[in-house]
Design a protein around this ligand. Structure first.
Ligand SMILES: C[S@@+](CC[C@H](N)C(=O)[O-])C[C@H]1O[C@@H](n2cnc3c(N)ncnc32)[C@H](O)[C@@H]1O
Length: 220
């Protein structure tokens, strides 16, 4: 496995902030509202294999397993420290999920492994080049016709949403967040060969607009 690159951004930019990630996200992103919408949209069925990409503390990964106990749920993140928090949360809730350390642009899975890939607040951590490499990897590990559902910072709905998003940009950096706030993620997903790319919802939050997208890999 390659080591963390300079472009790697931990959950709250600095590793020493990782331990307060959950309360910060809970209070600044309308987390339960947008993650519930993402989960409902993904419509996960028993027997399916699901990847939560950039799972962080595994709030969404655990929610998926709670919603569908018969799904095989895997969370992947590059940061071993946040995966320790994730593992403890899963143990506390008593759910069995797999947690893998790895990087989104070189996923440690075979082609056509997952029926669904989900991702939340993750793509704005990647440079444009790594967004493209990651999308190619998501396409590779999805089964034919498999679906990709993601929530992340999107095109600001209005000038207030644009203004507050500068807080995220100062924290996480302009290089990785600009494509998000310019609304360029859907076109990048299309460029990666996905079909039927849709923005299904958007949420005004204290830190900017969160968009939910859905798409699928070509196939039956
Ligand atoms: C803002 S957090 C989001 C966590 C979680 N998905 C959520 O919704 O709360 C972004 C996560 O992406 C991880 N990350 C950043 N770059 C990554 C990469 N290239 N591959 C895998 N994980 C990465 C970070 O370690 C961090 O846990």
């Amino acid at each position: 496995m390659s080591k963390q690159s300079d472009a790697y951004i931990p959950a709250l930019r600095y590793s020493w902030l990782t331990s307060i990630y959950d309360p910060v996200v809970r209070w600044t992103t309308r987390e339960s509202t947008f993650k519930s919408a993402l989960l409902a949209q993904a419509d996960i069925q028993p027997g399916e294999k699901i990847l939560d990409l950039g799972c962080g503390t595994a709030t969404l990964t655990i929610a998926i397993k709670v919603a569908c106990a018969e799904a095989d749920v895997v969370g992947l993140d590059g940061d071993p420290k946040i995966l320790e928090i994730a593992a403890k949360k899963a143990a506390d809730v008593g759910v069995k999920i797999s947690l893998d350390q790895g990087y989104s642009y070189e996923l440690p899975y075979a082609d056509n492994t997952f029926h669904r890939v989900v991702s939340s607040l993750f793509f704005h951590h990647l440079t444009t080049a790594n967004k493209r490499r990651t999308l190619a990897e998501v396409e590779r590990v999805l089964t034919p016709g498999g679906e990709f559902h993601l929530a992340d910072w999107g095109k600001a709905q209005n000038i207030i949403m644009r203004g507050v998003f500068f807080i995220v940009q100062f924290l996480d950096g302009f290089e990785t967040t600009t494509a998000n706030v310019q609304g360029r993620l859907p076109a990048m997903i299309e460029d990666a060969g996905f079909q039927d790319v849709r923005k299904t919802a958007e949420f005004a939050t204290p830190l900017g607009t969160i968009s939910i997208l859905s798409t699928k890999k070509s196939g039956p």
